[in-house]
Ligand binder design. Structure first.
Ligand code: TXA
Ligand code: MG
Length: 361
């Protein structure tokens, strides 16, 4: 348990001395990481919770701060390709091409691990390690300052929506970690895509910032592993994390799919009944449909637009957290079209819904 959580503002504002402020902040954060402390940092996807991936003492603190189950392995972040050799066996051809095309970027690749170079807590007993090179200048400079590969799960309490702003990290983890590097809001807003190449096929273990369509441009065989395959012991490969409840606001979220007009009237009617019984309700919608909720009896979160899936991805976790601020007990979320990053948006909404899915005919 840490008592005081340091916050370093490393945003490149126009203030005089900004460069020096950023430099000093990264140096201090790097020093704490080298000393085995846990420091949260921005990436292009979501904030990560960094720790020296070689040190079990350090990684142990990550699991403790998050309240994360010990059988759910962590992603290891590197700044340069030369660091890969330290932690993983040489990649197969397809993985190597994925790296050349999408690194740095929101793609995590599961590779055979060099287990002696990593804390066994990072891999949670697997023979593989999930590696990613983030496309964020602050993340890369911090890894360089720490001088080691950084284990880094999303910097939220386990089960909560991932943090896309430093304030989200502070909300979940203040007092439990040594520091937060505040680089402002993240860009993509959803986590990286996790893939594993097996028998010449790219298996998508978790949809994310790089879409299946983008992977397909590079290689003809791409298969998305169904989320519930994560609990099927005969299905392989799989991602241990996918079996856990995730990304959820405190209220119960129900996913509603159907034609926009009918979906909205179903939601408004259902919410009105609940509100009449004294329950606090919320709805998650998108710009094109927002005006259908003018009479909604609770909080309305308009999260990006259907015309711009990246805008919905960027704002999704902020919207889910906003429902908590309004103490919403019941949340209705409109389904999102499932192409491109829409697949990742729906993957997160389905997880948050934990089976509460209504399809309007
Ligand atoms: O965008 C991201 O990926 C963020 C930022 C901080 O980099 N990180 C992140 O980490 O989302 P985390 O720990 O919240 O999610 C890692 C996912 C989990 O579902 C975990 O089960 C899976 O990757 N994973 C980690 N190591 C694995 C392995 N060796 N084999 C299969 N899946 C693995
Ligand atoms: Mg996470």
């Amino acid at each position: 348990m840490v008592n005081e959580t340091r916050i370093w503002n490393v945003q490149q504002d126009e203030d005089e001395g900004a460069d020096n402020r950023v430099e000093v902040g990264l140096r201090e954060a790097g020093r704490l990481l080298r000393a085995g402390e846990v420091v949260a940092f921005p990436t292009e996807t979501v904030y990560g919770l960094g720790a020296d991936a070689r040190s079990s003492d350090a990684v142990e603190k990550v699991y403790a701060a998050k309240g994360r189950p010990a059988d759910n392995p962590l992603i290891v972040h590197i700044a340069e390709l030369v660091q890969l050799d330290e932690i993983a066996e040489p990649p197969d051809d397809v993985s190597a091409r994925l790296m050349a095309r999408y690194w740095p970027g929101p793609l995590t690749i599961v590779l055979p691990a060099k287990l002696s170079a990593l804390s066994p807590l990072v891999t949670a007993g697997l023979a593989t390690v999930a590696v990613r090179m983030p496309d964020h200048p602050i993340a890369r400079r911090l890894i360089a300052a720490a001088g080691c590969p950084l284990a880094g799960p999303s910097a939220n309490r386990s089960g909560r929506p991932s943090p896309t702003r430093a304030e989200h990290v502070v909300h979940d983890l203040a007092g439990a970690i040594a520091g937060v590097v505040d680089g402002g809001p993240t860009g993509v807003g959803l986590e990286s895509t996790v893939v594993e190449v097996n028998d010449d096929c790219i298996y998508v273990l978790r949809p994310g910032g790089i879409s299946a369509e983008q992977l397909h441009e590079l290689h003809p065989r791409v298969e998305t592993v169904a989320p519930d395959a994560a609990t099927d012991p005969t299905a392989a490969p799989r991602s241990p994390g996918m079996k856990y409840a995730h990304y959820a606001p405190r209220g119960a979220l129900a996913l509603v799919a159907g034609p926009p007009e009918r979906t909205a009237s179903y939601i408004v009617e259902a919410a009105a009944k609940e509100a009449a019984r004294g329950r606090r309700v919320g709805v998650l919608t998108y710009a094109e449909n927002a005006e259908r909720y003018a009479a909604f009896p609770g909080t309305v979160q308009v999260c990006g637009s259907l015309a711009d899936p990246a805008s919905t991805a960027r704002g999704l976790y902020d919207s889910l957290r906003a429902f908590d601020e309004h103490a919403a007990e019941l949340i209705y979320a409109e389904a999102y079209p499932e192409h491109g990053i829409g697949a990742a948006i729906m993957n997160r909404l389905r997880k948050a819904a934990a089976g509460r899915i209504h399809t309007i005919g």
